[in-house]
Ligand binder design. Sequence first.
Ligand code: 5GP
Ligand code: MG
Length: 178
Amino acid sequence: MRNDIERVLIDEAVIEKRLDSMALEIERDFPEGTLVVIILLKGALVFAADLLRRVQRPLEIECLNVASYHGGTESSGRVDFLDRNFPEVKGRHVLLLDDILDTGRTLHAVTVRLKEEGAAGVHTGVLLAKDKERAEEVDADYIGFEIGDEFVVGYGLDYKGMYRNLPYVGVLKSEAAI
Ligand code: 5GP
Ligand code: MG
Protein backbone atom coordinates (compact mmCIF):
# COMPACT_ATOMS: atom_id res chain seq x y z
CA MET A 1 0.00 0.00 0.00
CA ARG A 2 2.77 2.44 0.96
CA ASN A 3 4.24 1.92 -2.50
CA ASP A 4 1.08 3.35 -4.06
CA ILE A 5 1.46 6.64 -2.21
CA GLU A 6 3.24 9.48 -3.95
CA ARG A 7 3.53 11.67 -0.89
CA VAL A 8 2.32 11.84 2.68
CA LEU A 9 0.31 15.01 3.20
CA ILE A 10 -0.43 14.75 6.93
CA ASP A 11 1.33 12.22 9.10
CA GLU A 12 -0.07 10.32 12.06
CA ALA A 13 1.59 12.37 14.81
CA VAL A 14 0.29 15.62 13.33
CA ILE A 15 -3.24 14.22 13.03
CA GLU A 16 -3.20 13.01 16.63
CA LYS A 17 -2.07 16.35 17.97
CA ARG A 18 -4.83 18.12 16.03
CA LEU A 19 -7.45 15.70 17.32
CA ASP A 20 -6.47 16.61 20.89
CA SER A 21 -7.37 20.24 20.26
CA MET A 22 -10.50 19.46 18.25
CA ALA A 23 -11.77 17.38 21.17
CA LEU A 24 -11.22 20.32 23.52
CA GLU A 25 -13.12 22.64 21.17
CA ILE A 26 -16.04 20.21 21.10
CA GLU A 27 -16.07 19.84 24.90
CA ARG A 28 -16.11 23.62 25.22
CA ASP A 29 -18.87 24.26 22.66
CA PHE A 30 -21.57 21.74 23.46
CA PRO A 31 -24.15 22.56 26.11
CA GLU A 32 -24.46 20.31 29.15
CA GLY A 33 -26.11 16.96 28.57
CA THR A 34 -25.64 13.99 26.32
CA LEU A 35 -24.84 14.72 22.73
CA VAL A 36 -25.55 12.53 19.73
CA VAL A 37 -22.67 11.97 17.38
CA ILE A 38 -23.54 10.92 13.84
CA ILE A 39 -20.73 9.31 11.87
CA LEU A 40 -21.02 9.27 8.09
CA LEU A 41 -19.89 5.85 6.85
CA LYS A 42 -17.50 4.70 5.82
CA GLY A 43 -15.06 7.56 5.38
CA ALA A 44 -15.43 9.15 8.82
CA LEU A 45 -14.98 5.89 10.77
CA VAL A 46 -11.28 6.15 11.52
CA PHE A 47 -11.33 9.88 12.24
CA ALA A 48 -14.41 9.56 14.48
CA ALA A 49 -13.00 6.63 16.46
CA ASP A 50 -9.82 8.54 17.23
CA LEU A 51 -11.54 11.85 17.90
CA LEU A 52 -14.35 10.57 20.12
CA ARG A 53 -12.04 8.73 22.48
CA ARG A 54 -10.61 12.13 23.33
CA VAL A 55 -13.97 13.79 24.04
CA GLN A 56 -14.68 13.76 27.78
CA ARG A 57 -18.44 14.17 27.49
CA PRO A 58 -21.39 11.79 27.65
CA LEU A 59 -22.35 10.91 24.10
CA GLU A 60 -24.21 8.41 21.96
CA ILE A 61 -22.94 7.22 18.60
CA GLU A 62 -25.06 6.73 15.50
CA CYS A 63 -23.94 5.93 11.96
CA LEU A 64 -25.44 6.97 8.64
CA ASN A 65 -24.91 5.66 5.14
CA VAL A 66 -25.33 8.24 2.46
CA ALA A 67 -24.45 8.15 -1.22
CA SER A 68 -23.57 11.27 -3.15
CA TYR A 69 -23.72 11.28 -6.89
CA HIS A 70 -21.55 13.82 -8.56
CA GLY A 71 -22.96 13.01 -11.99
CA GLY A 72 -22.21 14.73 -15.28
CA THR A 73 -22.54 18.36 -14.27
CA GLU A 74 -21.95 20.07 -10.96
CA SER A 75 -25.63 20.89 -10.55
CA SER A 76 -26.75 17.27 -10.86
CA GLY A 77 -25.33 16.41 -7.42
CA ARG A 78 -27.75 14.53 -5.23
CA VAL A 79 -27.44 12.89 -1.83
CA ASP A 80 -29.42 9.74 -0.99
CA PHE A 81 -30.04 8.32 2.47
CA LEU A 82 -29.47 4.57 2.32
CA ASP A 83 -30.54 3.48 5.81
CA ARG A 84 -34.01 2.23 6.58
CA ASN A 85 -34.13 4.25 9.81
CA PHE A 86 -32.92 7.72 10.64
CA PRO A 87 -31.44 8.31 14.12
CA GLU A 88 -33.79 9.80 16.71
CA VAL A 89 -32.53 13.37 17.08
CA LYS A 90 -35.60 15.36 18.07
CA GLY A 91 -34.58 17.93 20.69
CA ARG A 92 -31.00 16.61 20.79
CA HIS A 93 -27.69 18.33 20.21
CA VAL A 94 -25.95 16.66 17.30
CA LEU A 95 -22.34 16.49 16.22
CA LEU A 96 -22.14 15.34 12.61
CA LEU A 97 -18.79 13.93 11.47
CA ASP A 98 -17.53 13.35 7.95
CA ASP A 99 -14.11 12.63 6.52
CA ILE A 100 -13.79 15.51 4.09
CA LEU A 101 -15.62 18.60 2.97
CA ASP A 102 -15.43 18.78 -0.81
CA THR A 103 -18.41 20.17 -2.75
CA GLY A 104 -20.31 20.45 0.54
CA ARG A 105 -23.34 18.55 -0.76
CA THR A 106 -23.14 15.74 1.76
CA LEU A 107 -22.83 17.89 4.89
CA HIS A 108 -25.45 20.27 3.57
CA ALA A 109 -28.00 17.53 2.82
CA VAL A 110 -27.51 15.75 6.14
CA THR A 111 -27.64 18.99 8.12
CA VAL A 112 -30.92 19.95 6.44
CA ARG A 113 -32.35 16.51 7.24
CA LEU A 114 -31.24 16.71 10.89
CA LYS A 115 -33.01 20.05 11.25
CA GLU A 116 -36.13 18.63 9.61
CA GLU A 117 -36.02 15.80 12.13
CA GLY A 118 -36.06 18.37 14.92
CA ALA A 119 -32.45 18.39 16.17
CA ALA A 120 -31.99 21.12 18.78
CA GLY A 121 -28.63 22.05 17.30
CA VAL A 122 -26.21 20.70 14.72
CA HIS A 123 -22.45 21.11 14.75
CA THR A 124 -20.34 19.61 11.99
CA GLY A 125 -16.79 18.32 12.05
CA VAL A 126 -14.48 17.06 9.31
CA LEU A 127 -10.94 15.80 9.30
CA LEU A 128 -10.20 17.60 6.04
CA ALA A 129 -11.63 20.50 4.05
CA LYS A 130 -10.63 21.19 0.48
CA ASP A 131 -9.77 24.77 -0.28
CA LYS A 132 -12.23 25.33 -3.12
CA GLU A 133 -15.59 26.81 -3.91
CA ARG A 134 -18.50 24.75 -2.54
CA ALA A 135 -21.60 23.76 -4.53
CA GLU A 136 -23.61 24.28 -1.35
CA GLU A 137 -23.35 27.04 1.19
CA VAL A 138 -21.88 25.07 4.06
CA ASP A 139 -18.94 25.28 6.42
CA ALA A 140 -17.83 22.87 9.11
CA ASP A 141 -17.58 24.04 12.73
CA TYR A 142 -14.51 21.86 13.31
CA ILE A 143 -11.94 21.35 10.59
CA GLY A 144 -8.86 19.24 11.18
CA PHE A 145 -6.86 20.45 8.19
CA GLU A 146 -7.38 22.57 5.11
CA ILE A 147 -5.89 20.92 2.03
CA GLY A 148 -5.56 21.76 -1.64
CA ASP A 149 -8.04 20.55 -4.23
CA GLU A 150 -6.53 17.13 -4.87
CA PHE A 151 -7.68 13.56 -4.31
CA VAL A 152 -6.42 12.07 -1.03
CA VAL A 153 -6.60 8.67 0.67
CA GLY A 154 -5.86 7.20 4.07
CA TYR A 155 -7.12 7.66 7.61
CA GLY A 156 -10.57 6.50 6.51
CA LEU A 157 -10.57 7.88 2.99
CA ASP A 158 -10.60 5.37 0.16
CA TYR A 159 -9.87 4.87 -3.47
CA LYS A 160 -12.14 2.12 -4.81
CA GLY A 161 -12.63 0.82 -1.28
CA MET A 162 -8.92 0.59 -0.45
CA TYR A 163 -6.37 2.57 1.63
CA ARG A 164 -8.76 3.46 4.46
CA ASN A 165 -6.42 1.84 7.01
CA LEU A 166 -3.37 3.93 6.14
CA PRO A 167 -2.46 5.80 9.35
CA TYR A 168 -1.80 9.04 7.46
CA VAL A 169 -3.40 11.13 4.71
CA GLY A 170 -1.61 10.91 1.39
CA VAL A 171 -1.82 11.39 -2.34
CA LEU A 172 -1.91 8.36 -4.63
CA LYS A 173 0.59 7.84 -7.40
CA SER A 174 -1.08 8.29 -10.74
CA GLU A 175 -0.20 4.67 -11.66
CA ALA A 176 -2.21 3.47 -8.63
CA ALA A 177 -5.25 5.54 -9.54
CA ILE A 178 -6.59 3.44 -12.38
P1 5GP B 1 -19.00 16.43 -0.81
O1 5GP B 1 -20.43 16.01 -0.66
O2 5GP B 1 -18.53 17.47 0.15
O3 5GP B 1 -18.65 16.77 -2.23
O4 5GP B 1 -18.16 15.15 -0.65
C1 5GP B 1 -17.89 14.51 0.46
C2 5GP B 1 -17.56 13.06 0.15
O5 5GP B 1 -16.84 12.89 -1.09
C3 5GP B 1 -16.66 12.56 1.22
O6 5GP B 1 -17.42 11.99 2.25
C4 5GP B 1 -15.80 11.55 0.49
O7 5GP B 1 -16.44 10.30 0.53
C5 5GP B 1 -15.77 11.99 -0.94
N1 5GP B 1 -14.51 12.69 -1.26
C6 5GP B 1 -14.37 13.99 -1.59
N2 5GP B 1 -13.08 14.30 -1.81
C7 5GP B 1 -12.37 13.16 -1.61
C8 5GP B 1 -10.96 12.84 -1.68
O8 5GP B 1 -10.07 13.65 -1.95
N3 5GP B 1 -10.63 11.55 -1.39
C9 5GP B 1 -11.55 10.60 -1.09
N4 5GP B 1 -11.09 9.37 -0.84
N5 5GP B 1 -12.88 10.87 -1.00
C10 5GP B 1 -13.28 12.14 -1.26
MG1 MG C 1 -17.70 9.55 2.00
